[in-house]
Design a protein around this ligand. Structure first.
Ligand code: GLA
Length: 388
């Protein structure tokens, strides 16, 4: 949808013009999966897909939320802004962010009418919910005059996800949506939140996203289970290393020495993944900086294998897309991206191989699953901003 159409939709919903427009992007993670809540590194980039929020003041002392994908306007009085709505309402994502401001002592003076529209493919695991959180956090940063930086906006989004969507996610998605930069990936240390923007304009190679169209369900509990299993592994390791702050602190060699302390075999496999993935992420970014894209691609494939065998978050759909991609000449690397359990893969593909990649992977995927995959060439874009 064009901005003009969104403004028209605002006018139709609320009978007046919008006063401000904000945009926050979705993200694709190149490597570093399920490392963020373990204090490791991640390497995501913001996409051109994302979520728009149009707003205008009202004089009714209420917050009104309208999504273009939903029929009704949801209206909440000021005393209802810190309580999640029942039945996993979509409003909990923006509401949870407004609630964070109120908890920090900011008091709404005026009511606002909001219209939300996003073009992140639904259920694709490209962080449409983080985009919605971050766009809200940014708009209300201006409304409340809070003056928070983009990292703080990401933290507000993450807290909203924890407290209102009940997913114990790490910081990666909201951070990428907030701090993204055109043609760069974000090399983020999730423990310290220090980050570096690394150029990913690759010569003759594109980042291709393949959508399984098999819905990923973050709130299904499987994600929170993984978080809990990592915590368990960490606690068991503390019996031999009391000072251990998080799994990412361990080198692979150190982990080998003490991993016997993890008695639960599932927790052990999860920790194997995390420790290996943290190392792969550091190695991959180093390789990219040196121009060694081949090594970067190999590490992407190894990441997928570990997510499949140790972390068990892939499944038939993601495995088929990745494994079919590995067979194609000109594919430098391919892996699942995001939380897993459906969603998308991310691949580095040489320009001349892209048509064959789409055709062959698409056909093999359809033959195996009966589903038509979709392919997008990623446009790496800027993080959250006010559009006008
Ligand atoms: C989801 C979460 C992130 C991160 C990824 C896995 O996208 O929201 O915090 O844990 O899964 O890397």
């Amino acid at each position: 949808m064009e901005l003009k159409e969104l403004k028209q939709a605002f006018l139709e919903a609320y009978g007046k013009e919008s006063e401000a427009v904000y945009f926050a992007p979705g993200r694709v993670n190149l490597i570093g999966e399920h490392t963020d809540y373990n204090g490791g590194h991640v390497f995501p980039c913001a996409l051109s897909f994302g979520t728009y929020m149009l707003l205008a003041k009202n004089d009714m002392h209420v917050m009104r939320f309208k999504s273009l994908n939903m029929p009704q306007i949801i209206e909440l009085s000021f005393d209802k802004l810190t309580t999640p709505l029942p039945d996993n309402s979509w409003v909990n994502y923006p509401l949870g962010c407004i609630a964070q401001y109120i908890k920090r002592g900011f008091k709404p003076v005026d009511g606002y009418d909001m219209l939300i529209w996003g073009n992140v493919p639904a259920g694709a695991g490209l962080s449409s919910s983080a985009a919605l959180e971050v766009v809200t956090a940014c708009a209300f940063n201006d409304i409340f005059g809070a003056g928070y930086d983009k990292t703080e906006l990401a933290k507000i989004g993450q807290l909203s996800e924890h407290e209102f969507a009940l997913v114990n996610c790490g910081i990666m998605d909201q951070f990428a949506s907030a701090q993204g930069k055109k043609d760069h990936a974000i090399y983020l240390n999730c423990d310290t939140l220090e980050f570096e923007l690394v150029p990913v304009k690759l010569d003759g190679v594109k980042v291709v996203i393949s959508n399984t169209h098999s819905p990923h369900k973050l709130d299904s509990g499987a994600y929170n289970d993984r978080v809990a299993q990592c915590k368990k592994a960490l606690e068991e390791l503390r019996s031999v290393r009391p000072q251990l702050k998080n799994l990412a602190e361990l080198s692979e060699a150190e982990f080998e020495q003490i991993k016997g302390a993890i008695k639960d075999p599932i927790a052990l496999r999860r920790a194997e993944h995390v420790v290996g993935e943290c190392q792969r992420t550091v190695d991959a970014v180093e390789a990219l900086k040196k121009g060694d894209i081949t090594l970067f691609g190999k590490l992407m494939c190894a990441s997928h294998v570990s997510l499949r065998d140790n972390y068990e978050v892939t499944g038939l759909h993601l495995d088929t897309l990745a494994e079919e991609a590995w067979k194609i000449d000109g594919v430098i690397g391919s892996r699942m991206t995001g939380g897993g359990f459906g969603g998308c893969t991310v691949s580095l593909v040489k320009d001349e191989a892209i048509p064959a990649f789409i055709e062959k992977v698409g056909e093999a995927y359809h033959a195996k699953t009966g589903i038509k995959a979709d392919f997008y060439i990623a446009e790496i874009s800027d993080g959250v901003h006010r559009v006008e």
